[in-house]
Structures are given as structure tokens and as C-alpha cells.
Write a protein that binds this ligand. Structure first.
Ligand code: EPS
Length: 393
């Protein structure tokens, strides 16, 4: 129902996204998008590039007088750093001053991409594999969040682990977690853990090293029935996992208790079912059924079960290091040790905001599949009919 494309190179003129399928009549402003673009750029541990870029979107189609009109929404984000890269990224011809990048960095797409695309200048690979592209996904996700907010569905994130330091003292309520995370320099809702994480980042920085971590995405108040058990490519957990795995540097995803469920008995894992006739959730398209635990992370059989959807993603440490790693020059075939480059030390808080975006897009997509509609009014009517049905359960 929804689809999007992104394009643009990290040091090219601009990056952009086209989002298709958003119904007409949704209020959408550049400010709605800029809030999330800003959230993606902050976080303790980001490097020099973020001091140059101040991402702001320009919406060039699909919106008129503050509302979507059902046509593709095109969003442009200019790269400020382009001013410094006009020669390297020229569309026309290579000047003599521009050197080839022939030294692949371990952990990047450089070598595999260079071989696959038969490019001896690895800049032709690294420009696109860069996480700069994720700004576009955040713009798309912001529009998806706006659509979901019409139906009181929220997508929030927080960081639970950096370099092995875990957030422990977390409030139970996702709203409180979100408020604490929003105020934290590392999107971490446990202030004590955050201090330890910051110390670890400082120590990684002084050693020229980098760190990864784990973030959690919570989808608050989804209706029952998003996704489907009926076919592999309609399963909600599969779709969310693919969305998260597609973010640069993500190496693992788990839903609910995830990998820990392998250590437990079935009786410890499965969430028992309860029913309360007067439960207020019946009006939120959840019916009177509920759970006291949520180990499934809100998804059973590839379908949302009405509990909050909880999904975590693990990010590997940033592969551009000041500490030299061994590699081989693709032209001379001689070994070298990578030279020091500008880089982030840790970008897990940014990855969490990107995670919100890709998840929000996917949830908006399955929401549109289930409830359909070319206008917000039509979508609202369809959802209302479903809520009506749920309130009788
Ligand atoms: C990135 C390397 C760094 C990051 C960049 C992603 O950029 P540069 O090579 O220009 O120093 O800052 O992230 C962004 C530009 C961004 O907007 O998040 C990489 O190699 O993936």
C-alpha cells in the first residue's frame, strides 16, 4: 500500500525520498519532519560531520495548504558538506586532484561492493552505503508517524545497552521511558547506566575505538490484527525485522523476549490470556482480551495481538576507526593499516531514532493494508467500523 525510495550520496548535493500511498487529507508540515531529523542528529558520541550538517527537509510535492493530496510526497535534504566535496563528487569529470579510494575499510561495504560493481574507486560504493541515507528514512518515518498519530498509535525508542553496559532501572510505562529517553544524551532512560555508557564512550574515544549497542522500539496501542499468519511475507515480525536489519550496522533483531526465550520453558514464555468485559481497550480496537505479561512482544503468529509491540535491534560498533585495522589495497594488493579518519564513536542513539522511523513506516503500511482508504476520512471510517466490531468482543 505504501512504498518509498531514497536516493543520494553522503557527500553529494542532496539526499531525497519519495513516499507514495499516503492518503489525502493528512496534515503534514516540514516542521513535523524536521523534529525527527533533529532527533536523529544528536547523541553523545557523534563525530565531526554532525557539526556541519543541520538537516532540514524541503517538501516539494504531495502536500498542498498543509495537507497531503494523495500524490507522491517528495522530500529533499541538502548536504551542507557538499560545498567541501564538489570536486570529489562532480557529476561531469574527475579532476586531477581527486584521488581514488583503493583501501577498503574492514566492516564497511567497500570491498564486497567494489568487487560486485567492478569499481576500483571505492568512493563509488562508500558514498551510498554511508548511514547518511538514513536521514531520508527518518523523513519518511516522520510522515508515517503522523498518519499513525491520527489513530493514537505511537512509536517510541530508547537505548538499552551500549558496549555491554545495560540500562536496568527502567519504568514499566513506555510513556515514562520515552520521556526520560528524550531528555537523555544517549536516549537511555536509566541515568546511572547512562553515566557508565558515557564513560565507556570517552574511553573508546581516547583509544581511537568505537562502540555499538542495543535499542528498543515500542509501538504503543496498536490494534489487534496487523500483519497476517497466512503467508510468509505478510508476517508482521518478519517485516519489522527486515525493516530494522536494513539499517546500516544492524546485526541482530529480537521480538519480545527474543533470544532469551530459547533458555526458558514454554510455561515461562507464553503470555496467558485473560478477559474483562468492561476493559477500556475494547474501544481501542483490542477487544476485552488482554495479557498480564508481554513476552511475545505484542506479536503472535505474525499478527499484532493488541499488546504493545516490543522489538530490539543490535548495532555493531562503527567500523571507521582511529585505531588502524589491517586491510589490503585493491590496486597494489599490499597490506596497509587504515589511516585516521573523521568518524562517530557511537551512533546507537541515532540508530534508535532511525529504528522508530523504519518501524513506523512498516506499521503504517500494514495499517493501510488492513484498513485501506484513499483519504484520511475513508481510513477513519474503516477503522471506526473495526473498533465497533472490537467493542462487541
Ligand atoms: C558515515 C560516516 C560519517 C558519519 C555519517 C555516516 O560521515 P563522514 O564520512 O562524512 O564523516 O557522520 O553519518 C552522517 C553523515 C549522518 O547524517 O548520519 C558512514 O560511513 O556511514
Amino acid at each position: 500500500m505504501l512504498r518509498y525510495l531514497t536516493s543520494g550520496e553522503s557527500h553529494g548535493k542532496l539526499i531525497n525520498a519519495i513516499l507514495e500511498g499516503i492518503p489525502s487529507g493528512l496534515e503534514l508540515s516540514e516542521d513535523d519532519i524536521n523534529v525527527d531529523l533533529r532527533r536523529r542528529q544528536i547523541g553523545y558520541g557523534r563525530g565531526g560531520r554532525m557539526k556541519i550538517e543541520r538537516d532540514e527537509v524541503e517538501v516539494t510535492s504531495g502536500v498542498r495548504f498543509g495537507k497531503t493530496i494523495g500524490s507522491p510526497i517528495s522530500m529533499i535534504i541538502r548536504n551542507r558538506d557538499w560545498e567541501n566535496w564538489k570536486n570529489e563528487m562532480s557529476l561531469i569529470m574527475r579532476s586531477e586532484k581527486v584521488n581514488m579510494v583503493t583501501r577498503p575499510r574492514p566492516g564497511h561495504a567497500d570491498l564486497a561492493g567494489g568487487i560486485k560493481y567492478q569499481e576500483m574507486d571505492l568512493r563509488n560504493i562508500l558514498e551510498r552505503s554511508s548511514a547518511r541515507e538514513t536521514a531520508c528514512r527518518v523523513a519518511v518515518g516522520a510522515a508515517a508517524k503522523k498518519l499513525l498519530s491520527e489513530f493514537k498509535i505511537r512509536v517510541v525508542s530508547h537505548v538499552v545497552n551500549i558496549g555491554g553496559v545495560w540500562a536496568k532501572n527502567l519504568p514499566r510505562n513506555p510513556n515514562s521511558i520515552f520521556h526520560l529517553a528524550e531528555k537523555s544524551e544517549l536516549r537511555c532512560a536509566d541515568a546511572e547506566a547512562q553515566e557508565k555508557m558515557k564513560n565507556l564512550i570517552n574511553s573508546a574515544k581516547s583509544k581511537g575505538d568505537s562502540l555499538g549497542g542495543i535499542f528498543e522500539i515500542i509501538i504503543m496501542d496498536p490494534p489487534v490484527g496487523l500483519g497476517s499468519h497466512a503467508h510468509w511475507d505478510r508476517k508482521l515480525d518478519g517485516r519489522l525485522a527486515q525493516a530494522l536489519m536494513s539499517i546500516q550496522a544492524i546485526k541482530g533483531v529480537e521480538v519480545g523476549v527474543g533470544f532469551r526465550s530459547a533458555d526458558l520453558f514454554g510455561s515461562e514464555v507464553h503470555d496467558e490470556i485473560y478477559y474483562k468485559r468492561t476493559r477500556w481497550d475494547r474501544l481501542k480496537a483490542k477487544g476485552g482480551f488482554y495479557r498480564k505479561t508481554n513476552n511475545a512482544g505484542g506479536i503472535e503468529g505474525g499478527i499484532s495481538n493488541g499488546e504493545d509491540i516490543i522489538i530490539r535491534a543490535a548495532m555493531k560498533p562503527i567500523p571507521t576507526l582511529a585505531v588502524p585495522l589491517r586491510s589490503v589495497d585493491i590496486v597494489t594488493k599490499k597490506p596497509f593499516k587504515a589511516s585516521v579518519e573523521r568518524s562517530d564513536i557511537c551512533a546507537v542513539p541515532s540508530a534508535a531514532v532511525i529504528g522508530e522511523a523504519v518501524v513506523a513506516y512498516e506499521i503504517a503500511n500494514v495499517f493501510m493494508e488492513k484498513f485501506g482508504g484513499d483519504s484520511i476520512e475513508e481510513l477513519r471510517r474503516n477503522f471506526s467500523g473495526y473498533k465497533n466490531f472490537m467493542s462487541k468482543l
